[in-house]
Design a protein around this ligand. Sequence first.
Ligand code: MN
Length: 146
Amino acid sequence: MPVIKCKGGFDWEGVPVLAYKEDGTHFKSITRRILYKGADELPSEVRYFEIAPGGHSTLERHEHLHVVIIQRGQGEVLLGNQIHEVNPFDVIEIPSNTWHQFRATRNEPFGFLCIVNINRDRPHRPDASEAENLKKDPAISTFIRL
Ligand code: MN
C-alpha cells in the first residue's frame, strides 16, 4: 500500500467503514477505519474514528497506550480524572491504565486518528465498584456514559 488516496472528506480509497466494536451498548454512533495495518519494522496501526453528534466511545482502560490526533469537529475526552475539550490537531497521549472516553460535543462529526501498537491487551470496562469510584466526582459522573 504505497499510497492510500483520500477521496476527499474523511474517506479513503479501499478503506471500508467498520463497526467501532463488534457488539455492545457501551458506545454510540461511532465508526472505525483502519488506515495503516503496521509492518514488522513499525508494528503499529493507524485508525480513523468518527463519532456522530450525540455519540461516544467506550469508557475503558488498558495496558497499551494510545496517541490520538483530532481531525474534525469538537469533542471532550475524559482522561484519568480530568475532562478536556479537544479540537482539530490537538494531540492526546492516553497513558497506560488510564480511564478514557470521547464524546462529540457539537452538531457535527467528531473525527480523530488513533495510533496503537499491533500487539495490545484487550480494553477493560469499569466494574460496579470502579464505576462507583468514578462517579464520586460530580463532573465525571455527569460526563461518563456506561
Ligand atoms: Mn482505548
